[in-house]
Design a binder for this molecule. Structure first.
Ligand code: 0CM
Ligand code: SF4
Length: 331
């Protein structure tokens, strides 16, 4: 397992009372941080380096976190944008967000050794897309344009048979090749509430549309949003540890703001401006699914330099999900 990436250092104890610092109640969300898909993706890169030797190429950031990427670079990973940037003879890992069908097809054409670290919950959406196309359906895919997962999922089906829907407003202006046989799917890391609104709008405009039995938003995304829904109303400010290109982390900022609590996305403790704490008695803290716990502890330690911190964990759900590694790395 990737213990060095996700093992917290010893927590620093609270400041002795009478330290002269103002008090700060820290409400820490649970679950937060790494999900099963991220754990698996990082372990895939580490095992690939062990098995094949460095360097192992990784197409796209394995997960959207600079600290994780830098740690893996130090172990021998080389991160690239496209398969074209990988020599034929080098092993390559595809990121947790998934890839269009054209990517493994190209790797096979070039006889490359590749390992697919696509999260199994993203792969499940890929299979749903294939099945919907087999049934002759036109797919409306709810997601954010340009995100690698959206590019990967839309690239599972022939061009022209899937249309991206980003917002409720998009629904009214959709122009489709046919409307008799429609289905929808979603990106895994969306806002639960926004997605419900888009699905309602789609169902109102196209009552015949069909979708998956359970929504495609993954358990980790929805649990982290549920936890923010508990801590935000009790906090004066919420800090979200995560990267600006991390969809699930950005959604946590939005959830808090929609509940009326300002929120800041930070990548590291050094991003915190101490002025943000002016007038803040209770601070909420969470982390996106790609942010290591070590970075959360770094934030707590930084806050303890300025405030007399008392920590409280608020648990919205227990998570026990573990995903198997690809067989090529375990046999
Ligand atoms: O999809 P998102 O931008 O949230 O990716 P991430 O790397 O931040 O989180 C884990 C995942 C996936 C798929
Ligand atoms: Fe998988 Fe969800 Fe984690 Fe993405 S956020 S890697 S879909 S479990």
């Amino acid at each position: 397992m990737n213990a060095p990436l996700n093992t917290p250092p010893e927590p620093s104890g609270p400041e002795p009372s009478g330290s002269g610092k103002p008090c700060l109640t820290l409400m820490i969300a649970a679950p937060r941080g790494f999900c099963a898909g991220v754990d698996r993706a990082i372990e895939i890169v580490e095992r690939a380096i062990e098995r094949y030797g460095a360097p192992v190429y990784v197409r796209h950031e394995i997960v959207h976190n600079r600290y994780v990427v830098d740690s893996l670079k130090a172990q021998g990973a080389i991160f690239v944008k496209e398969l074209d940037d990988v020599p034929d003879e080098a092993p390559v890992v595809f990121s947790a967000h998934g890839v269009p069908k054209s990517v493994p097809a190209e790797a096979e054409r070039r006889n490359m050794l590749y390992v697919d670290a696509t999260c199994p919950l993203v792969s499940k959406v890929h299979r749903q897309a294939e099945r919907q196309i087999e049934k002759g359906q036109h797919i409306l895919f709810i997601g954010h344009a340009g995100h690698p997962e959206v590019i990967g999922t839309m690239g599972q089906v022939p061009e022209g048979q899937i249309t991206l829907v980003e917002t409720v407003e998009d629904v009214a202006t959709l122009e489709l090749p046919q409307t008799d046989n429609l289905s929808y799917l979603t990106q895994t890391t969306l806002s639960v509430d926004d997605t419900e609104e888009v699905i309602t709008a789609l169902t109102e405009r196209f009552p015949q549309i069909v979708g998956p039995k359970a929504e495609d938003i993954c358990y980790a995304t929805s649990n982290r949003q549920s936890a923010v829904k508990i801590i935000a109303p009790a906090s004066d400010l919420v800090l979200v540890v995560g990267a600006p290109n991390s969809s699930n982390s950005l959604r946590l900022v939005e959830v808090s703001e929609r509940l009326g609590t300002p929120a800041k996305l930070i990548q590291r403790a050094a991003d915190i401006d101490p002025a943000w704490l002016d007038g803040v008695g209770t601070l909420g803290l969470t982390a996106g699914a790609s942010a290591p716990e070590m970075l959360v502890r770094e934030v707590v330690a930084k806050l303890a330099e300025w405030r007399n911190v008392s920590e409280e964990t608020v648990t919205a759900a227990e998570e026990k999900m573990v995903f198997k590694l690809p067989r090529q790395l375990t046999e």
